[in-house]
Design a protein around this ligand. Structure first.
Ligand code: ATP
Ligand code: MG
Length: 447
C-alpha cells in the first residue's frame, strides 16, 4: 500500500513539474499566473526596501520625521524609499505605483530600471510617470513580444485602433486624433504590411472610409476590397485618386467655412463628414520614376500628398504611409512630406540612416534601438510619439484571410462618398461553389 502511494505521489509530482515546464515554454501567461507572479510578488515585497537602498532610490527623511523616529519611536533614522501606493498583478506582469519622496524624480527611477529588473528577476521593467510625484513600474514576467497576444480589452473605438503590443504588455494604439498623419518605415520583410493589415482590421470596424493605394499591383490590399471606398493599384490611378481627395478636402473646407468652425469635430454630428484614412503601402512606387515622361505625374502625386499632409487633418482626412526609406533620395518634396507625418513607426532597417529618417527628428534616443531589431522578429518596431517618448512594439501575426473576413463582415460600414465611387474596387459577389466535375467515374455499360 505504502509503495502505491509513494509511486502515485512521485508520478504526480513528475507530471506537475513537467506540466509547469511545458507551460513555461508554451503557455507563459499560465505559468506566470500560477508560479511567476506569486514568486515575484513575494520577492518584490521582501526585498523592496533593501533593493531601493542599494539602487540609490532612497532619500534622507525630513527633519520632523527624523525627529519623531529618533525621539518618539526610539529607532535609528533610516533613509526612506518611495512609498508603495498600489501593487497589481496582470496576465503579463506586475504593476506597482510609487509615490516619489521629495528629492527623487522619475528619471532617477528610469535610470535604475535595468538594475531593478535584475534584482527582482523579471523580464523587463518600464517606468512611466502617471502624474506629478507618481511613477508606475510596469514589470513583465516573460518576453511578451515573443508570441504576441493583444489584451482582451483592446478594441478599436472612436478613431483609436490598437495595433500592436508594447514591451511592457500594454496595447499600443494608433490614435488618429493625436497623430493625424503617420509614416511607417522598414526594410524588406520587416513587417510593414503586417502592421498595416492590423490597422485595417481595426479601422474596418469603425465608421470611416478606407482608401487604399497599393502600387504593387494591389497584392496586399485587394483582399480588403469589400471594405475599401477606393483602391488605386497603379501610379496613374493613384495620381487621379489623390486629385479627387484634394478636391474632397477643399469641399470640406467650404463646409467648415459655412458653419463658421475650423475643424470637422466642431460640426454637429449630423453634418460631420466621415473621416477618411488613406493607406499607402509602398510610397517609393508612387514617387520614384524611371523615365522623364513620368515626371509630370510624380509632381502631381507629391503635390497632392503634401497638400493633404499639410491641411487635411482639420477636415478628417488622414494619411498612413509605408515605405522602405523616406529621405531626400526619393527626390524633390520627399523630406517636406515626411516633416508633416507626425506618427513614426520604424521596423527593422538595414542601415542607420533609415532609422534616422524616421526617428532622429522626433525621438533621437530610439534610433539605436530600431537599428538593433533582429531579423527573426518580424513585426517588431519602434514607435515614437511627438513628445519625445518612444516604445518598442510588435504586431500580432494576423493572416490576410482573417482581415479579409473582417472587411467582408463590415462591408455595410462603407460610407456613401460619391466622389470616390469611380475608384471603388470591384468586389465579386459571394462565390457559390460551382457544381464541379462529378467524382463518380462513368462506368462503361457492358453487356
Ligand atoms: N508580427 C509578426 N509576427 C510574426 N510574423 C510576422 C509579423 N509581422 C510580419 N511577419 C512575417 O514577416 C514576413 C514579412 O512581413 P510583411 O510582408 O509585413 O513585410 P513588409 O515589410 O511589408 O515587406 P515588403 O517590404 O517586402 O513588403 C511575412 O511572412 C509575415 O508573415
Ligand atoms: Mg509590404
Amino acid at each position: 500500500m505504502a509503495d502505491w502511494t509513494l509511486w502515485l505521489e512521485a508520478t504526480g509530482a513528475l507530471a506537475g513539474a513537467g506540466g509547469l515546464g511545458y507551460a513555461k515554454a508554451r503557455a507563459p501567461r499560465v505559468y506566470w499566473s500560477l508560479v511567476g507572479m506569486p514568486v515575484t510578488w513575494g520577492r518584490f515585497t521582501l526585498s523592496y526596501r533593501s533593493t531601493m537602498d542599494v539602487c540609490g532610490l532612497t532619500v534622507q527623511p525630513s527633519g520632523l520625521r527624523a525627529f519623531m523616529t529618533r525621539n518618539v519611536a526610539r529607532r535609528e533614522v533610516q533613509p526612506v524609499p518611495p512609498k508603495i501606493r498600489r501593487v497589481r498583478g496582470t496576465s503579463t506582469g506586475l504593476r506597482v505605483t510609487l509615490r516619489l519622496p521629495a528629492g527623487l524624480e522619475p528619471h532617477d527611477v528610469i535610470a535604475t530600471s535595468e538594475r531593478l529588473r535584475h534584482a527582482w528577476g523579471v523580464h523587463s521593467v518600464t517606468v512611466t510617470e502617471t502624474k506629478p510625484g507618481y511613477v508606475e513600474l510596469r514589470m513583465t514576467g516573460y518576453d511578451v513580444l515573443r508570441r504576441v497576444r493583444m489584451p482582451r480589452k483592446a478594441r478599436p473605438h472612436d478613431l483609436i485602433v490598437p495595433v500592436a503590443l508594447r514591451e511592457d504588455g500594454t496595447a499600443w494604439e494608433r490614435d488618429y486624433r493625436a497623430a493625424p498623419m503617420a509614416l511607417t518605415l522598414g526594410a524588406n520583410h520587416s513587417g510593414k504590411s503586417m502592421y498595416q493589415r492590423n490597422l485595417i482590421k481595426g479601422l474596418a470596424q469603425l465608421p470611416v472610409a478606407l482608401v487604399g493605394i497599393d502600387c504593387k499591383r494591389g497584392v496586399e490590399q485587394t483582399a480588403y476590397a469589400p471594405r475599401l471606398s477606393a483602391l488605386a493599384t497603379t501610379p496613374d490611378d493613384a495620381a487621379s485618386l489623390l486629385a479627387v481627395l484634394v478636391a474632397e478636402m477643399e469641399d470640406r473646407f467650404d463646409l467648415l467655412k459655412r458653419h463658421g468652425v475650423s475643424e470637422v469635430w466642431e460640426l454637429p454630428a449630423a453634418e460631420r463628414p466621415v473621416p477618411v484614412v488613406v493607406l499607402v503601402d509602398e510610397v517609393a512606387e508612387l514617387i520614384l520614376i524611371s523615365s522623364k515622361k513620368d515626371e509630370e505625374r510624380r509632381e502631381r502625386i507629391v503635390t497632392g500628398l503634401i497638400r493633404l499632409a499639410q491641411m487635411a487633418r482639420a477636415v478628417g482626412i488622414h494619411l498612413e504611409i509605408c515605405g522602405q526609406r523616406f529621405g531626400s533620395d526619393l527626390g524633390k518634396g520627399a523630406t517636406m512630406l515626411r516633416a508633416q507625418l507626425t506618427g513614426r513607426v520604424v521596423h527593422r532597417v538595414n542601415d542607420k540612416q533609415t532609422a534616422e529618417m524616421g526617428l532622429a527628428d522626433v525621438a533621437p534616443d530610439s534610433v539605436a534601438v530600431a537599428s538593433l531589431i533582429p531579423m527573426e522578429r518580424p513585426g517588431t518596431a519602434v514607435v515614437a510619439d511627438a513628445s519625445g517618448g518612444w516604445s518598442k512594439i510588435r504586431t500580432p501575426e494576423t493572416s490576410r484571410e482573417e482581415v479579409a473576413a473582417v472587411c467582408r463582415a463590415h462591408a455595410h460600414l462603407v460610407p456613401d462618398l460619391p466622389a470616390l465611387e469611380p475608384f471603388r474596387p470591384f468586389v465579386p459577389a459571394q462565390e457559390v461553389p460551382a457544381a464541379g466535375p462529378s467524382l463518380v467515374k462513368p462506368r462503361p455499360v457492358t453487356d
